[in-house]
Design a protein around this ligand. Structure first.
Ligand code: S3P
Length: 432
């Protein structure tokens, strides 16, 4: 559906398992190309973004992809091949950046294209380190052409905390001569490190006192085959976490959510605000910590501050946390989040524009924003073209807004959460 017309919501209640983790599904699909035998992926996120990764690795290095009720079986071929046609990464930055690193280490070449939003996003951040390693890369924006092979290990200081850039360097490093070191100014999500270590790569990490994070990978020809279970995505759970906090009398249970510390910055924000949240059934599912989250409506919220190393731990949740800030008593400050400017949209500009349209006072900075609450929201029209998280964040805002909120191009949620609207209806008890 292209357009949602939403009104304020009654209490959200019940239990769902939010969409499966997008970052982990990308990795579970892409890493099969490096494995030495058939791999199995359970609970994968089937969305436009992850389909792009599956199609890409199929074009490059998988012989078969078979799906049944239990999951997807991926069989790597004995050697990677150069695809005859360009690989379309759609809206997915993770596909394009991780793939660039993977291809750089292999004796193949490929051209990577993307949609209008992805074609505006910077690819120089991966091209630069890969060129230093010896890869031949044309283009700093999509389409980019990567000619791989004969790499040397480097020590590279990332100018920003980015799991996509770090992962691209580590994947290239698997096939480089000598060790490769990626050093980021703050730790970004560590799914690649956990996964690659789990399937036999030699990876070591160092956390420096000033917040920097170094990861070293040693060259490894082939990695072990795996059976991987994908947990639910905290970035998708975040919409219901904020909605249940804000809508009076709500209580929701979100099952099997990945609570990896490099992703769970929203729980730190909830602690600052005083939100009622409980973790139950904490456990491990293939390399990642998982828990059920129980969130209930919380009045008298305190404002919060997001800055420094908290930013990479909740980077994708900032649009919906900005909605939370509108109901906190005082000024919430978000800084050090310049990366938001190069996401699917410039999320500092788009979030501020639509919050203002709904009646909220927002000041923007180059690297963040200040939001003063609590404010009564009024419905407006939000265009989510090219940005799934904008559609979902403002669907949450509509639940506490007066009047009607229209979300145009709502189909963008298919990028990461195809069942979002279905889950909304379930938690709202079938209303709307
Ligand atoms: C991702 C890393 C983050 C995040 C993106 C997915 C990943 O981007 O915003 O949605 O899967 O590695 P950066 O690492 O570029 O900040």
């Amino acid at each position: 559906m292209n357009e949602w017309i939403l009104r304020s919501s009654g209490p959200l209640r019940g239990s769902i398992r939010p969409a499966s983790d997008k970052s982990l599904t990308h990795r579970a699909f892409l890493f099969a190309g490096f494995a030495d035998g058939p791999c199995f992926v359970r609970g994968a996120l089937r969305s436009e973004d992850t389909q792009a990764s599956l199609d890409a690795v199929r074009a490059l290095g998988l012989d078969t992809v078979e799906e049944d009720a239990a999951g997807i079986r991926l069989v790597p071929s004995s050697a990677w091949r150069s695809p005859g046609e360009a690989i379309d990464c759609g809206n997915s930055g993770t596909t394009m950046r991780l793939l660039a690193g993977a291809i750089a280490g292999m004796p193949v070449s490929a051209t990577l294209t993307g949609d209008a939003s992805l074609s505006r996003r910077p690819m120089k951040r991966v091209a630069e380190p890969l060129r230093l390693m010896g890869a031949d890369i044309h283009g700093d924006f999509a389409p980019i052409t990567v000619r791989g092979g004969d790499l040397r290990g480097i020590e590279y200081h990332l100018p920003m905390a980015s799991a996509q850039v770090k992962s691209a360097i580590l994947l290239a490093g698997l096939h480089a001569e000598g060790p490769t070191v990626a050093i980021e100014p703050a730790a970004s999500r560590d799914h690649t490190e956990r996964f690659l270590k789990g399937i036999g790569a030699q990876i070591t990490e160092e956390f420096h006192l000033d917040g920097r994070h170094s990861v070293t990978v040693q060259p490894t020809e082939r990695l072990a085959a795996y059976d991987f279970t994908v947990p639910a995505d905290i970035s998708s759970a975040a919409f219901w976490m904020v909605a249940a906090t804000l809508v009076a009398d709500s209580e929701v249970r979100l099952e099997g959510v990945n609570v990896n510390r490099t992703r769970s910055g929203i729980l730190d924000v909830f602690a600052q605000c005083g939100v009622n949240v409980r973790l139950e059934n904490e456990r491990f599912e293939t390399y990642e910590p998982v828990a059920d989250l129980i969130i209930s409506a919380t009045p008298n919220l305190k404002p919060f501050e997001i800055s420094g190393d908290l930013v990479p731990r909740l980077i994708d949740e900032i649009p919906v946390l900005a909605v939370l800030a509108t109901q906190c008593d005082g000024t919430t400050i978000i800084r050090d989040a310049r990366e938001l400017r190069v996401k699917e949209t410039d999320r500092i500009a788009t979030v501020a524009m639509y919050l203002r349209a709904m009646g909220v006072g927002v000041e923007t900075f180059d690297d963040g924003m200040a939001i003063t609450g609590p404010r009564a929201l009024t419905g407006d029209t939000i265009d989510a073209a090219g940005d799934h998280r904008l559609a979902m964040a403002f669907a949450v805002a509509s639940m506490i807004a007066e009047g009607e909120t229209k979300i145009l191009n709502a189909h963008s949620v298919a990028t990461s959460y195809p069942d979002f609207d279905k889950h909304r209806r379930t938690l709202q008890g079938g209303s709307n």
